[in-house]
Ligand binder design. Structure first.
Ligand SMILES: [Zn+2]
Length: 396
């Protein structure tokens, strides 16, 4: 009987102590949560009062991060980055990353955000190091590799861009599948500039492996053939490019003319243009426009195209009709003079527009500096009559 009483007393005592400890812990936890919430509300108040520095200090003094507060931290970090306050975004994301109590998923996300902050701040070497690490062992290697591709593009590290692009293809879908062929073409252009034609041909072979019948690679192979004295081969290559990619006509025309002259077959130039019209690749006006934009219009077939353009375009027709007696066709010399005048107008305007983002450019570029698309610039066909102040700014 006595032993029984003891047993019950001990049990009651243990339970009481256990309850006390639990209550104490709960109370402590409640107080901590309360303090966290108070710091948060303080931080939010500073944000609303437009005191981002005080807000940041308040948020960064919160020692513990739980599921609820870590989300707020991420939201705050991306808010700072969107507002261009990258140094603050970096501090927030570094703060999250330094919390050892967090699970791997949150730390991985914090590291990704940190790398994006460095990228946004233009600190590409730091961003590159972290994205490399995330590409190796992170949870979203495709995202890391997409950023690496962009970093190497910006820094013109074409070989590294190609290898990151290849790795990206293995784990996801690249934004621009043709980009890798352009990287090889960039390397080929550099080799041509150095006079290293064999190396250039190797790069072009890689480009063709990535993209079958690639217009830019065809143009560059033609350029190498011409440098090596094989103008007839160049002629065939250029011809093939414009048949397939009519939008590259302005880029190819001067080359085509030069190759036809070097090969001793000047008639091939006109034959190519007639072939384009016959195949329906482009009409007379489009060829005339490409020739004026490309700066190569002193050719009988092109001047015929210019004559057609003057009848198709109502503004140009009215203008030329004002100077010519009724029923009289302009002569070759007059057509040449008109084409020259139009070229002057064209040169003062942006001649190319990005089909993806609308960026204007006075020169042809393979890579749009606005949206980073490849081969997205198209000749602008409209000749606008604008006062100087309204002209688009020339782009490099
Ligand atoms: Zn663009």
């Amino acid at each position: 009987m006595h032993a029984d009483v003891n047993f019950w007393l001990i049990l009651a005592g243990t339970l009481a102590i256990g309850w006390g400890v639990t209550s104490y812990r709960n109370e402590k936890r409640r107080q901590r949560r309360h303090r966290r919430r108070a710091r948060y509300l303080e931080g939010v108040r500073f944000l609303l009062d437009d005191k981002p520095d005080r807000a940041l200090e308040a948020f960064l003094t919160i020692a513990e991060l739980d599921d609820e507060t870590v989300d707020t931290h991420f939201a705050l970090g991306s808010l700072y980055r969107r507002r261009g306050e990258v140094d603050r975004a970096i501090r927030v994301h570094q703060h999250i990353y330094d919390k050892a109590s967090l699970d791997d998923g949150h730390r991985d996300a914090a590291l990704t955000e940190l790398a994006r902050d460095y990228f946004r701040a233009g600190l590409f070497d730091r961003a590159e190091r972290i994205f490399q690490q995330l590409a190796e062992e992170g949870r979203d290697p495709a995202l890391a590799l997409q950023h690496l591709v962009r970093i190497y593009e910006i820094q013109h590290e074409w070989a590294q861009a190609a290898s990151a692009h290849e790795r990206l293809c293995a784990v996801g879908v690249p934004e621009q599948p043709t980009a890798i062929a352009h990287y090889y073409c960039q390397m080929a252009e550099a080799s041509i500039a150095e006079g290293e034609y064999e190396a250039a041909l190797e790069h072009l072979k890689s480009a063709s492996r990535e993209q079958n019948d690639f217009g830019r690679a065809g143009i560059l192979r033609g350029d190498v053939a011409r440098k090596q004295g094989d103008a007839a081969v160049a002629l065939q290559l250029y011809r093939r490019v414009v048949r397939r990619d009519f939008h590259l006509l302005a880029v190819v025309l001067p080359r085509l003319a030069e190759a036809a002259r070097q090969a001793g077959e000047p008639q091939q130039f006109d034959q190519t243009l007639q072939e384009l019209i016959r195949l329906g690749a482009g009409n007379h006006a489009e060829i005339a426009y490409a020739a004026i934009v490309g700066g190569y219009y002193d050719d009988p077939v092109i001047l015929d195209c210019v004559r057609e353009m003057l009848t198709i375009d109502s503004d140009l027709r009215d203008m030329t009709a004002a100077f010519l007696p009724a029923g009289i066709e302009p002569t070759r010399d007059q057509l040449r003079a008109i084409a020259g005048a139009l070229r002057n107008v064209v040169l003062r305007h942006a001649r190319y527009k990005c089909s993806q983002c609308g960026l204007d450019s006075s020169t042809f570029l393979w890579h749009c500096p606005g949206c980073h698309s490849w081969d997205s610039l198209r000749g602008v066909a409209a000749l606008e009559f604008l006062p100087r102040a309204a002209l688009p700014r020339a782009q490099g």
